[in-house]
Design a protein around this ligand. Structure first.
Ligand SMILES: Cc1cc2nc3c(=O)[nH]c(=O)nc-3n(C[C@H](O)[C@H](O)[C@H](O)COP(=O)(O)O)c2cc1C
Length: 170
């Protein structure tokens, strides 16, 4: 019986290149502090998880300073950005202290910011946080959700932004 060959070391550049072949949508996690400060973070790692109970998830970098502030809040909103919101995405993915300034929004029933023009939003309460290597996986229990329009979502692919175009049927 021969022992299985050890797994090859994964080259980081190769990892990024191959995983960049998988497109994602772009979401903004938002919350509002008791003093009215708005906290936000751009994530591409958002996904639906479970219907019973209704759960969604995203992964955050353990080193993210945005998450360090967001994690103090048990409730948050996931805003699905539209293709027209690339500039908002770039602004909110920056490290500017007041990056949310000028982003028009309203508050959800749970007090979380819903960004105007987002194609959909999902208000959540934190369900769990689990280990995921240099990231953590955050599960949210869905409290409320809605669609805000029929715009196309913003997509992220091979390090760049784009939009969905239907595959040809012929
Ligand atoms: C399109 C896109 C997707 C991103 N997805 C994630 C993600 O899923 N998880 C994560 O931790 N950071 C992600 N980031 C980076 C965060 O938005 C990061 O917080 C931001 O760049 C600022 O860093 P800071 O949190 O240390 O302030 C993404 C950035 C962009 C532009």
């Amino acid at each position: 019986v021969t022992a299985p060959a050890p797994a090859p070391a994964i080259n980081p550049a190769r990892y990024r290149q191959v995983l960049g072949q998988y497109p994602t949508g772009v979401c903004v996690i938002t919350a509002r502090s008791d003093t009215g400060e708005i906290l936000s973070m751009v994530v591409g790692s958002f996904t639906s998880v479970s219907l019973e109970p209704p759960l969604v998830a995203f992964f955050h970098d353990r080193k993210s300073s945005s998450w360090a502030m967001l994690r103090n809040h048990e409730r948050f909103c996931v805003n699905i950005l539209s293709a027209a919101q690339e500039m908002i995405c770039r602004k909110l993915a920056s490290k500017d202290a007041d990056k949310f300034a000028g982003v028009s929004h309203r508050l959800s029933r749970n007090g979380n910011p819903i960004i105007d023009g987002a194609v959909g939003w999902i208000d959540c309460s934190r369900y769990s946080i689990g280990d995921a290597g240099d990231h953590e996986i955050v599960l949210g229990r869905v409290l409320d959700l809605d669609i805000s329009g029929d715009d196309l979502p913003l997509l992220f692919f091979r390090g760049g932004y784009g939009r969905f175009s239907p595959a040809s049927l012929d």
